[in-house]
Design a protein around this ligand. Structure first.
Ligand code: ADP
Length: 251
């Protein structure tokens, strides 16, 4: 269970990217965040990973408490949380396998990471590549692979962390629709198989309808819809996507 308690984020320039949001995400849920560009999806995801500390409220995780309580707890939470980005954030000149091994670095001390990782880590990375259908490309350079394959490596890297949570920020936005659907299906399947809680921001409403257990619609940093993907009517989509912008904190 991941919980947000009145989480809000105002940037130093006065932009209120997220207004107080409270939310409980049960274990294993595949939650999709919908909302126009600038709605606050990335900011919220970064708060959930502790990359950003909310200016208000708290994020708690079952068994850990507040992720911000101290540096050690935050580190534990980050190790358990796989991140997937739109632009993959792969190192192009490294092989697919080496990129996936990066997902294992957090599990070891810095000193250990300077030396070769144990065989068990290599095996885990290979298994992760197999799960996204890329085992035979393990030794190819990442920049020689297609966009869809690169995003699958991004997924394999997150899975090599053996995460409890996956946070994905528009993971298929730069892929063509058919590839995007297949890549998201892979992510969804693996999360289901491993009981991973996933929070995924998407632009594509049809993909939300296909994969989401639950949809949160964000507009101007606020939740304007919360419910099942099946109930996403045109009126609700208009509320999410046509809300007039109003972002600056009162002077
Ligand atoms: P989304 O992911 O839905 O496109 P973002 O979370 O990226 O939305 O942005 C929400 C709002 O916060 C936008 O108005 C954006 O310009 C602003 N914002 C994002 N990051 C920063 C930052 N580091 N400093 C100031 N404003 C930011």
């Amino acid at each position: 269970m991941l919980q947000l308690h009145y989480v809000a984020m105002t940037f130093p320039n006065g932009v209120r990217a997220v207004l107080p949001i409270s939310l409980s995400v049960p274990k294993g849920q595949f939650l999709v965040l919908l909302g126009p560009s600038g709605a606050g999806k990335s900011t919220l995801l970064r708060c959930l990973n502790g990359l950003l500390k909310p200016t208000q409220g708290d994020v708690t995780v079952e068994g850990l408490g507040s992720i911000f309580s101290n540096a050690r707890t935050l580190r534990k939470h980050r190790i358990r949380t796989g991140m997937i980005f739109q632009q993959h954030h792969l190192i192009g000149r490294l092989t697919a396998l080496q990129n996936v091994m990066v997902g294992r670095l957090g599990a070891h001390s810095t000193l250990r990471s300077l030396f070769a990782l144990p065989l068990a880590d290599r095996l885990l990375a290979l298994q992760s590549l197999e799960r996204v259908g890329l085992l035979e490309r393990a030794l190819d350079r990442a920049d020689e692979l297609s966009g869809g394959q690169q995003q699958r490596i991004g997924i394999a890297r997150a899975m090599a962390q053996k995460p409890q949570f996956v946070l994905a920020d528009e993971p298929v936005a730069s892929l063509d629709p058919a590839t995007g659907e297949r890549v998201l299906a892979d992510l969804h399947r693996i999360c289901r198989e491993d009981g991973i809680t996933a929070i995924v921001s998407l632009h594509q409403i049809d993909l939300a309808r296909q994969f989401a257990d639950r949809v949160i619609g964000l507009a101007n940093g606020r939740i304007v819809y919360e419910g099942s993907a099946l109930q996403l009517s045109q009126t609700i989509l208009d509320q999410i996507y046509l809300a007039a912008p109003s972002r600056m904190a009162a002077a």
